[in-house]
Design a protein around this ligand. Structure first.
Ligand code: ZN
Length: 804
């Protein structure tokens, strides 16, 4: 193409030259596109450069045989376990570490005494105030030294001889009689007891004053093996309350003794329904085994009768025996208040049936009976399709608390409670469905894809919240999803950098856990899927990650590498921006210059020149002169016809025509065609600035003069030579009247005011802001969102009942 044709004549120029003056295209302006390199750990034989487990990958295993009694009179757990630990590493282990999570509630625990923060003079909730002082005191019960483990025996599995052990807060080291060799195993026994705390967001009990009964949600209740692996050695970082649990797989047998009229739900399959259920209940269970809709095993009437009579008392007991294979933890729920419904369905259409079940007190109805079990099945289906099929025989949702939720293998404790009269808002309903999806979904991350929760909250919460967002939309197309949409992370990303931590921050140090470890990574994955990679490439790679790491323990680099390895998309810039940084996205469409090519045809070119000259001459002085002078003289002036000669510099001469013909003769056919189209084309040069810091794809909508529009998309690599500012030419036959960046709000741009050219003012912003501060404003279409906005952009770190 003849360059001079394009440059020959800029017929119209918009904007100013301000952009060009702001910053020179500087050296090293593209560091954001350099590879992560040494930021990631060096690949090795345990973990490959492709993000897969390496040839020497190993994980240790612990099998548990547990006997436990739940003492309802004292609200106490009394347990004993035989643990068989398998050393699959190539290292000799002189000691082993166990986790004593209940010690978080013991007096003086690091987690409780290191709470920080001040009293908020604008008002605080009771739980916020209690959180400021300590974890333990949240429980309004008797003695201050009451909580935490009492370990009564630690003995050798064969000799029954006492073993030497040391308790360091929430961790216990057992010294082995002889070092455990690679490939060897060792059995030992631990006896313990502790008083159950009030429900604190993950486990505990709820007391119902009206009928005098407790619901128990028992978790982190037995001394559990720490992980020993190629990354941390022993992962024995203390439990401070925020960073969750790093665990290993094993087979469990648990005999759970409870008052005779209690109903139990637990990780795994019950081995002795015949002994613990009556004939009617067994019949209903058999019915449920072949039902596509929930069948009630214990009805509300039966549960209400039980809570009144307390027939089990404190002496009559029953033992429920459970088995669970290849799980990383074990939890159970028990109460005489439980209603129980279940169905066993062919979730994936492959002939294998899976139980979906729910346990809930009457206080959860009518909501729980209607939705819970169906939501469990939906979650297994939705998550299974994007990751791996749910491998366990049962999935349970228990109603534990008014809000929040918590996950364990095959069982979860969830919030969402109607008012006392059985009515509920849409907010409560969607909140309940969302939390069930989330907690049941945790079966996939981290119960199966077993990431290190004590170190990386986002690896399970972020991936799970992303899948939750998709499952919610599959449940109900109009589901008011709380997290996942890019625009919903904007308030958080606007926060001052002093209160932002990168996603890649240790679990216990993350500020604003909800937005940071749940919402931001979920949003990032949604953006990867919709805007950066596309659904097909993303879904394949995400599934591959789940397939590679199911029943294994991945690290962040394994995820980052797998997503690239399986898709062929370089994402280092994305991980850098979204996971290792705190910069927001803010694209600025600084200006648009509009060019039209001169095709050198003298007929066109001279007419355009005449028009331009006339415009130039139409000064204010001439206009005033015209009012006082003879019009014809002015008219002659304005066409540049000199009054004294008739020379017209804009007339097309024979010489002009010949020169043009001669020029055309030098062109090839192809060049002539280009010349013709270019003269009918509008060339727009967009000046774009990456103001926020995170480079992102550029998506721009053009609204044309004729009322139609079109969207152009450019991958993030548009920034690879200069990640601060770029120019981009867009050619179009139609004239563009309005340019808009990110028209579908898909990149979480924190400032949309600079997204349009010419600038479009946004009068709605004031109204939005006004609504946020007004508690009496009418409910919008998204009650969940309204609630979040009411609590502010950066809610405090999730503690207590808010956690899920
Ligand atoms: Zn969660």
């Amino acid at each position: 193409m003849k360059k001079r044709l394009l440059l020959a004549c800029a017929v119209f120029l918009t904007g100013t030259a301000a952009w060009a003056q702001q910053a020179p295209a500087t050296q090293n302006a593209n560091t954001r596109f350099e590879q992560l390199g040494p930021v990631l750990p060096t690949p090795n034989t345990f973990r490959t450069a492709s993000g897969a487990p390496g040839k020497d990958y190993f994980q240790n295993r612990a099998d548990y045989d547990i006997k436990v009694e739940l003492d309802d009179a004292q609200q106490k757990i009394i347990g004993s376990e035989t643990v068989t630990y398998y050393n699959n590493s190539t290292d000799v282990l002189p000691y082993i570490w166990l986790q004593l999570d209940q010690n978080l509630f013991a007096k003086g625990s690091t987690g409780s005494v290191t709470r920080t923060g001040g009293v908020n003079e604008n008002g605080m909730s009771f739980s916020q105030l209690q959180n400021l002082t300590s974890v333990r005191e949240r429980s309004q019960q008797q003695a201050s030294d009451k909580y935490g483990y009492t370990i009564t025996a630690v003995t050798d599995g064969k000799t029954r001889q006492p073993l030497k052990y040391t308790i360091n807060q929430t961790m216990m080291r057992i010294e082995l009689p002889t070092p455990l060799r690679p490939g060897g195993n060792y059995s030992f026994n631990v006896d313990w007891n502790y008083f159950v705390t009030e429900y604190y967001g993950r486990s505990g009990m709820e007391f119902f004053a009206k009928d005098g009964n407790y619901n128990y949600f028992i978790a982190h209740w037995f001394p559990r093996l720490c992980a020993y692996n190629d990354v941390t050695g022993w992962q024995n970082k203390q439990f401070l309350g925020q960073g969750e649990f790093t665990l290993i797989f094993g087979n469990y047998k648990a005999a759970i003794t409870v008052p005779a009229d209690f109903v139990v739900g637990a990780t795994g399959e019950c081995q002795n329904y015949k002994q613990v259920l009556n004939a009617t209940q067994q019949k209903r269970l058999a019915q449920a085994a072949n039902s596509k809709t929930p069948v009630v095993i214990v009805t509300q009437d039966e549960a209400v009768a039980a809570e009144k009579t307390k027939a089990g008392g404190t002496t009559a007991k029953k033992t429920w025996v459970y088995k669970a294979d290849n799980v990383r933890d074990f939890a159970f729920a028990a109460s005489r208040k439980f209603i129980w419904d279940a169905m066993q369905t062919d979730v994936y259409g492959d002939g294998r049936k899976i139980w979906s079940m729910s346990f809930y007190p009457k206080e959860g109805n009518p909501l729980w009976g209607q939705y819970s079990t169906r939501v469990v099945e939906h979650t297994l289906k939705s998550y299974g399709n994007r990751t791996i099929k749910y491998p366990y025989p049962v999935a349970i949702s228990c109603h534990a608390t008014p809000g929040g939720g918590m996950e364990y293998p095959m069982i979860s404790f969830n919030g969402g409670r109607p008012d006392a009269d059985g009515t509920y808002s849409e907010q409560v309903k969607y909140g309940m469905i969302g939390v069930i999806i989330h907690e049941v979904g945790h079966n996939f991350f981290p119960m199966i894809v077993n990431s290190d929760e004590r170190q990386w909250t986002w690896m399970d919460e972020g991936l799970n919240t992303f899948c939750q967002y998709l499952a919610e939309k599959e449940w109900d197309y109009n589901y008011p999803a709380r997290r996942g949409e890019p625009r919903d992370i904007v308030d958080y990303m606007k926060s001052d950098k002093s209160v932002l931590s990168p996603i890649m921050t240790s679990s216990d140090n993350v500020i604003s856990l909800g937005p940071n470890a749940y919402a931001k990574p979920a949003t990032a994955l949604n953006i990867l899927r919709e805007t950066v990679m596309g659904r097909e490439l993303f879904d394949y790679a995400f599934k591959e990650y789940a397939r590679r790491w199911a029943f294994k323990s991945p690290e962040p680099a394994d995820f980052f590498r797998t997503m690239e390895d399986a898709s062929g998309v370089d994402l280092d810039w994305f991980w850098k921006g979204w996971f290792y940084g705190v910069e927001p996205v803010d694209q600025d469409l600084v200006e648009v210059d509009w060019y039209q090519a001169d095709n050198l045809d003298p007929v066109v070119a001279k007419a355009a020149a005449r028009e331009a000259a006339q415009k130039r001459l139409n000064t204010i002085s001439r206009q005033r002169d015209a009012a006082t002078k003879d019009q014809t003289v002015v008219a002659q002036d304005s066409t540049m016809n000199d009054f004294y000669n008739n020379y017209d510099p804009y007339a097309v001469t024979e010489a002009d025509k010949k020169r043009y013909q001669d020029y055309l003769a030098t062109l090839t056919d192809d060049e002539r065609k280009t010349l013709e189209t270019s003269s009918k084309t509008n060339y727009y040069t967009l000046s774009l600035k990456n103001k926020g810091g995170v480079p992102m794809p550029v998506i721009i909508r053009m609204q044309f003069e004729d009322g139609t529009d079109s969207v152009a998309r450019f991958p993030a690599e548009i920034w690879r030579f200069n990640d601060v500012q770029v120019k981009k030419v867009i050619a179009t036959s139609k004239k563009v009247t309005q340019w808009t960046l990110d028209p579908y709000q898909e990149i979480a741009d924190i400032d949309t005011e600079n997204n349009s050219f010419p600038r479009v003012s946004q009068p709605t912003r004031f109204q939005l802001f006004k609504q946020r501060g007004n508690p009496y404003a009418p409910q919008g279409p998204n009650p969940m969102q309204q609630q979040r906005q009411a609590t502010g952009a950066t809610p405090p770190a999730r503690q207590g009942s808010g956690r899920n």
